[in-house]
Each structure stands twice: as structure tokens, then as C-alpha cells.
Write a protein of this length. Structure first.
Length: 355
């Protein structure tokens, strides 16, 4: 694929060119936050945003989504599928990694036709992050600081223009019939190299353990007292999972009209941190207690997901830490687990030497 240039003065024209052909979504400012929302002009969104309240997964997996409608009289069911061609503008690279994980989850073994219909008809325009989006992000540790191998169209801000790195045929279609897009000059290519090499040092490493050690760290910390400490703190509000780009648990419910003739089956986001989440028939709760639910959350992010599909269960976006009302944050939790294991290892070694 190739690299093109979109002068910033033509951004607005490009959005007008896409609007009408596609349903457009982008990071939109609301008060002092940003949210992914439908946009119609360049003035509606802001590519130079920090993070969004909810990740772009909400476009493929809406918080409430009708799945089927049924007619009881006629004994018929109708699937509800949304496949309108769409473009999401300004996806950060960490969120792109999360989308790849969701793609795998929703297409392997059992393919989720509702998610896949939206996903296959959506083109993603990612944007290079040139500085950390918040003090809670740790994308450098999680390896999500640069665009993943598969992408459609990737933008890099070089001042007066965006470099557009075309990653797929779908991405290339967004540039068709739009004349202001041109080849880069030598000066612009040098500027691109400079921008990319300057960004790396702006991002700190925050985890004390290496990414490759997290899975075994979580495994050997299964009985850590830290889970009880987190359980004492946690309010069980579920916000950490609702804002997470890699969480996808949902509940299914039916709504039937008063005459019991027609109805809708829909799904809504759910959270493993809510106290009814693991309640089953007879009132049995197979994961009681906030300490067990917190442990499950961390194991799922840093161990189970890697085991089941080889991908990251956390992309280091920091949204959960920014949202948690009692400041439970992944970096502090993982660092505490790591240092307790190191201290425990030293103690055991000393006892062996003395003994
Ligand atoms: S666990 Fe937290 S930091 Fe990791 S992807 Fe989810 S919201 Fe982001
Ligand atoms: S956001 Fe914080 S308090 Fe709420 S469930 Fe998650 S860890 Fe617990």
C-alpha cells in the first residue's frame, strides 16, 4: 500500500466528500470530555483528542441492541441487522488493538451476525498518538502505541497536513475521486520520520513487570491478599468494565407487547463486577464477593484472554482507572502484585539459605 498527503485545509472538504456515502462517526467534544458520535462536518469532531468516555466498540456493539423481532401470532422471527456503510474517524491505536480482539471473539467458533454485519461494513481511520492521552494510559507497556499490522487508513499529523498511510483496499476507497489528496514531497517524508522518532520518548513505561510476565504473575498471585484489599475498596459499580474497549459481556432480555403478540429480543452490556452477574437458578452465586470479582477481572484481562485467543485482554487505554470512583487502577494493581511476588521470592530464598 502507499502513503498520501491530505493538507489540513482540505480536511473539511474530505469529510463533506465522505458524508452521504457513509455514516460517519468521530471523537466529538462534549463539555470537557470526548465521545464517539455521528458527525457530518469537520467542525463536529476533534482528531486531536485525548481519550473518549466510551471506546469506539459502541458502534459495533451498542450498549442496547435489538437482535430479533418476533410475531407470536404468525409464529415468525425476524433478525435485526444493521449494515449501513460506516466510517469511524480518529480511532486511537490502542482501541484498534481492542477491535481486533473483539473481531476474533465475535467471529471464532460462533459468528455473531449482528456484530459482524456492522464490522464488515465499517472502515476504520486510525490516528497516530503523539503524546500520552492521560496519566493513566500505559499503551507503551502493552505494545499498543503504534498501529497494528492490519488497518484501513492511518493518519499521522505532521503540522499542516496529515500523512495518510493506506493499509487496505477499504481504506483506499476513502480517497477515490478526491483530488486534493496527493503524493508526499521529500520534505514531508523527512518531517514524518522526525515526528515518529520524537514521539517514543514522550511515552513512559509504567509497569514494573514485563508484558510477557503478566500471565504467570497473575497465575501465581491467585491467593494474593491484594484481592481482599481491592474487594474492600471496590463499590461493585461496574464502571471499569463498561468503559473498557475489550469487555464484551452482555445480557439478553425479551420485551413483549401488552397483547402478547409482538416482541423484541435485545442485548444490553453487562458487567462481571455487578453483584447479580454470577447469580444463577436457585439464587446460587458462583462468584460471590467483590474480592473474587476483582480477581476475575484482572485474570481475564492479563491471563485468560491471552490463553484463549493469543491476544491482549487489556490495551492500556487507562479508561478504567480514570473512571473508577475509588481509584482502583491496573498499573498500581499489577505493580503491587509484582513487588509482593519479588518480596516473597526473596523471603523464601533467605529461609532456604538460613535453613
Ligand atoms: S482494563 Fe482498563 S486499561 Fe485495560 S483496556 Fe480495559 S479500560 Fe483500558
Ligand atoms: S469502577 Fe472501581 S469501584 Fe466500580 S466496580 Fe470497577 S473497580 Fe469497583
Amino acid at each position: 500500500m502507499s502513503v498520501k498527503i491530505l493538507p489540513k485545509m482540505n480536511l473539511s472538504e474530505w469529510i463533506d466528500h465522505l458524508d452521504g456515502r457513509y455514516r460517519l462517526f468521530g471523537p466529538t467534544p462534549i463539555k470537557d470530555q470526548h465521545v464517539f458520535a455521528e458527525v457530518h462536518s469537520a467542525g463536529d469532531f476533534d482528531l486531536d483528542y485525548t481519550t473518549t468516555l466510551l471506546p469506539p466498540k459502541k458502534v459495533f456493539l451498542p450498549p442496547r441492541e435489538d437482535l430479533i423481532q418476533f410475531d407470536i401470532e404468525k409464529n415468525q422471527v425476524y433478525p435485526v441487522l444493521e449494515d449501513q456503510p460506516s466510517v469511524i474517524l480518529g480511532v486511537h491505536t490502542c482501541d484498534m488493538y481492542a477491535i481486533h480482539m473483539l473481531d476474533q471473539v465475535f467471529s471464532q467458533d460462533f459468528s455473531d451476525q449482528h456484530y459482524m454485519a456492522r464490522r464488515q461494513n465499517t472502515i476504520l481511520v486510525t490516528v497516530e498518538c503523539l503524546s500520552p492521552c492521560s496519566e493513566e494510559s500505559f499503551c507503551k507497556d502493552m505494545g499498543t502505541l503504534s498501529v497494528p499490522e492490519k488497518y484501513d487508513l492511518h493518519l499521522i499529523d505532521i503540522g499542516d497536513a496529515y500523512v495518510m498511510d493506506i493499509g487496505s483496499e477499504k481504506g483506499a476507497t476513502l480517497l477515490h475521486d478526491f483530488d486534493p489528496i496527493r503524493d508526499p514531497t521529500q520534505v514531508e517524508l523527512r518531517l514524518l520520520n522526525q515526528v515518529m522518532s520524537n514521539k517514543w520518548s514522550r511515552f513512559p513505561y509504567r509497569l514494573d513487570a514485563d508484558l510477557t510476565e503478566l500471565k504467570s504473575l497473575l497465575k501465581i498471585s491467585f491467593k494474593s491478599t491484594l484481592w481482599n484489599e481491592l474487594g474492600e475498596l471496590c463499590l461493585g459499580c461496574g464502571m471499569c468494565t463498561l468503559v473498557c474497549p475489550t469487555c464484551y459481556c452482555f445480557d439478553i432480555q425479551d420485551e413483549v407487547d401488552l397483547l402478547l403478540e409482538h416482541g423484541t429480543r435485545y442485548r444490553v452490556w453487562d458487567s462481571c463486577q455487578l453483584n447479580q452477574f454470577a447469580e444463577v437458578a436457585g439464587g446460587h452465586d458462583f462468584r460471590p464477593g467483590r474480592e473474587n470479582r476483582q480477581r476475575h477481572r484482572f485474570l481475564r484481562k492479563y491471563s485468560y484472554q491471552t490463553s484463549s485467543n493469543g491476544l491482549l485482554g487489556c490495551v492500556g487505554c487507562g479508561r478504567c482507572a480514570l473512571t473508577c470512583p475509588v481509584n482502583i487502577a491496573p498499573v498500581e494493581t499489577l505493580n503491587k502484585l509484582y513487588h509482593r511476588r519479588v518480596a516473597y521470592g526473596k523471603k523464601v530464598k533467605q529461609e532456604v539459605l538460613i535453613g
